[in-house]
Design a protein. Structure first.
Length: 432
């Protein structure tokens, strides 16, 4: 039995690999790009139905609850730092490509490993890395299931997320370009996810006309009982980066649309206003982290001299630039962006004060490279503590990766952001 041949035959019938390969090679710059700022401003003017300012989950859901010793970080659906360590840890899982479980073979492992390798190895890796890292939140950045090879998308979703559901771990997901290729549409997949236990994922913000499914934000509150207990000290944004272009003259992958950028802008501005105004007005905005699937064109800004990790394949962004990077730079609170999509890239590189990071491929039914371990990215934020022992806002953000090797090795530990030094100033003073 040659599993690879069967997979290739099935895909040839349905045609995705050529499409994927063509998409991954083509990256023409398009003249329509020039019109995007215009679209943005037209929408900015015409969107009147936008709900009154960005929503605050802290205020919307009322008081942040809980705080008993040993209670999970998420209480009543609201995340917060715990006073025991003043740390909040996020595990990013990119591109699980989950299908039918035990009967779904692995791709790109050594031939001798094929007979014993399936989606269940992906499940085993999640279990292992969760046990080792004990994250406060798990974020799945798309292509979580591989629709083409899934018999029943709902079942694939249930199997894929089972490790976090069983542990009652708070988790969030966004869509990739393959999640909807099975028995459920993009909306159907996201709706199924939103209905699953312990997820903080949402379909879309209420009352907002927006492209895609799975655009939402999460707030991470300060330590219970501290001055910042009622503020979000770390902001997480989740965005649907789409699947494929629906504009016939533009080939390739989807992009983050003006409606989504406008929602991001309003949400960021609202959160910043809340953080920097009384009571307990803070001097700088709380740091923001952004999660989605398809890398931005700006991910091409790096080479081996200025990235941490590896770049082993091209950057498969959309073939046009819809301007989301500039939108984030202007907003001012975003410190890092995390995507997946290109399984053989696992680097972070800094551009204009924002770290652009890949997680590297996680799933065994996803293309990869035999001998190059499947991997996950961990991000940890640390609170500042006063000399009096009071917990304050976020002081620094670190990241590292965990490899699915014998030792579950940790690699490429780096500081993504430090309070009090903007990316630019840090660059000038250290010459990095
Ligand atoms: C997949 O899991 C099986 C069962 O635990 C194990 O024997 C095998 O080595 C794993 N394969 C890979 C490539 O990790
Ligand atoms: C946070 O909100 C609760 C409930 O409204 C209030 O009792 C508490 O004093 C507030 N804490 C701070 C530090 O503002
Ligand atoms: C990384 O270094 C290359 C030259 O090796 C340079 O062209 C590129 O602009 C640098 N990127 C950034 C973001 O500094």
């Amino acid at each position: 039995m040659n599993y690879n041949r069967i997979i290739v035959a099935r895909r040839l019938l349905r045609n995705p690999p050529q499409a994927e390969r063509q998409l991954k090679m083509a990256s023409p710059k398009h003249p329509l790009l020039l019109l995007l700022p215009l679209f943005l401003s037209i929408i900015a003017i015409s969107v009147e139905c936008f709900e009154e300012e960005g929503r605050s989950t802290l205020s919307k859901r009322g008081r942040i609850g809980g705080g008993e010793a040993g209670s999970p970080a998420a209480v009543n659906g609201v995340l917060r730092f715990k006073g025991t360590k003043g740390e909040f840890k996020i595990l990013q899982v990119a591109d699980m490509h989950y299908a039918d479980g035990r009967s779904t073979p692995c791709l790109d492992v050594f031939p001798a490993q094929m007979p014993t390798c399936s989606d269940l190895n992906t499940t085993a890796f999640i279990n292992r890395v969760i046990q080792a890292e004990n994250p406060d939140l798990v974020v799945f950045t798309g292509d979580n299931i591989f629709g083409y090879d899934s018999t029943d998308s709902a079942k694939s979703l249930d199997m894929a997320y089972a490790p976090v559901v069983e542990r009652k771990l708070p988790w969030a997901a966004v869509l990739g370009n393959h999640d909807q290729e099975g028995t459920l549409s993009r909306e159907g997949v996201m709706q199924h996810i939103v209905g699953m236990p312990h997820t903080l994922s949402r379909l879309n913000p209420d009352g907002v006309v927006i492209d895609g499914f799975g655009n939402y934000n999460l707030e991470v509150g300060g330590v219970e009982g501290s001055a910042l207990a009622n503020k979000s000290v770390l902001n997480l944004y989740f965005i649907d980066s789409g699947d494929y272009s629906t504009v016939p003259s533009i080939p390739g992958y989807g992009w983050i649309k003006p409606s989504q950028q406008l929602w991001f802008q309003k949400t960021s501005s609202h959160l910043q206003k809340g953080y920097t105004s009384r009571p307990e007005a803070q001097k700088q905005p709380a740091p923001g982290l952004v999660y989605f699937h398809i890398p931005l064109p700006e991910y091409s800004s790096f080479d081996a001299s200025n990235l941490t990790g590896v770049k082993q394949e091209g950057i498969s962004s959309a073939s046009i630039n819809s301007g989301f990077f500039a939108t984030m730079v202007e907003a001012g609170d975003v410190k890092a962006v995390f995507t997946g999509h290109d399984h053989l890239n696992d680097f972070c590189g800094e551009l204009t004060g924002i770290q652009l990071c890949y997680a590297g491929g996680f799933g065994y039914h996803a293309y990869g490279k035999a001998g190059w371990s499947r991997r996950a990215r961990v991000v940890s934020a640390y609170l500042e503590k006063t000399v009096e022992g009071e917990w304050e806002g976020v002081k620094s953000i670190k990241t590292w990766k965990r490899l699915d090797d014998q030792y579950l090795s940790t690699t490429d530990t780096q500081v993504l952001w430090n309070k009090g030094s903007t990316g630019r100033r840090r660059k000038r003073t250290t010459g990095v």
